[in-house]
Design a binder for this molecule. Structure first.
Ligand code: BDR
Ligand code: CA
Length: 310
């Protein structure tokens, strides 16, 4: 299996990313690291440990990361994820303890101790920890296989007209990450808004009749109600599944090679990912951007992986 470090801010859709990454045999989650985003880093870390407990991730390292973005003040998303960051279901007590290292230090240690190309990074939150890790040890850029990111958009944003939440929370970190010399696959709102947990998906999760399946249904009940109320979605977009499904089976997505730059200076477009789709991309372009996905194959993998967790 591919070894992955999942950097996240659970977060309803981050919890799904954890379940599927841990449940699918193509991936081996070696660490889960947390960063402030949907809620404070303390709250999302608590959520990550509870979700880890439920998924049986006792052999996985967990580390807490940045409590604030590099430059901007932290802005959470309680209207989507609630005060806890994971409102809806109740979390079990956890027996998993945190690694004493910060997320950035753990990422550096794991990547530098691995063979080149052995570890893949998955980011489903603000990119603060990845930027800090790059500053601590720039050589991680040549050692990781690739970085799969849920963030940004070719088109419309969600937190502002221009910017997607994960990039907007810490645009300066995102800029460092997109400018680093490593391979990046960006899964933005253009595809994550197609990753909709429809009533049929809910039925399939209910039919699993398992503790994790039931937990997922409760997550989606809350998440779906918030998305309907605040953004008018009939079914909620489970954004953070996108980079995980990509790593399991990239053929589920349509991908284009195109350079991505992050705006950190303009008033109106702060945090926008500017994707240059003018063809052809330079031969040394390290960025790929997803433009579409196959909904039925996507959710087959999701349900199958969650089904394996019992
Ligand atoms: C992203 O923002 C967060 O609220 C979600 O967890 C997801 O990572 C979507 O814009
Ligand atoms: Ca997230």
């Amino acid at each position: 299996p591919k070894k992955v470090i999942l950097d996240c801010d659970p977060g309803h859709d981050d919890a799904f990313a954890m379940f599927v990454a841990h449940g699918h045999p193509a991936l081996e989650v070696v660490a889960v690291t947390t960063v402030c985003g949907n809620q404070t880093v303390e709250r999302v870390t608590r959520n990550a440990l509870g979700v880890g407990e439920l998924a049986g991730m006792h052999a996985v390292r967990f580390a807490q990361g940045a409590a604030r973005p590099l430059i901007k003040p932290h802005q959470a998303a309680p209207e989507i994820h609630g005060d806890s960051g994971l409102d809806g279901p109740s979390l079990p007590q956890t027996s998993i303890s945190l690694d004493p290292r910060s997320a950035a230090h753990l990422i550096v240690d794991l990547v530098m101790a691995s063979e080149p190309g052995e570890i893949t990074l998955v980011a489903t939150a603000a990119l603060t920890n990845l930027a800090l890790a790059l500053r601590l040890e720039p050589r991680i850029a040549e050692r990781v296989a690739e970085v799969a990111i849920m963030g940004g958009a070719i088109g419309q944003g969600n937190v502002t007209a221009s910017a997607e939440f994960n990039i907007y929370v810490d645009p300066h970190a995102a800029r460092i990450v997109f400018e680093a010399p490593w391979k990046i696959v960006m899964m933005g709102l253009d595809v994550s808004h197609q990753a909709l947990a429809t009533p049929a998906v809910l039925d399939r999760l209910t039919s699993l009749s398992s503790p994790v399946g039931d937990f997922c249904v409760e997550l989606l009940d809350y998440f779906g109600a918030q998305y309907l109320q605040h953004q008018g979605f009939e079914s909620p977009p489970v954004h953070d599944l996108c980079p995980v499904i990509y790593l399991i089976d990239p053929t589920v997505f349509n991908l284009v090679r195109a350079p991505v730059a992050v705006d950190t200076t303009s008033e109106l477009t702060m945090g926008r990912t500017v994707v240059d789709l003018r063809l052809p991309a330079a031969p040394d372009c390290r960025h790929q951007v997803a433009t579409g996905l196959d909904h039925s194959r996507f959710f087959d993998i999701v349900v199958e992986s969650i089904g394996r967790l019992g």
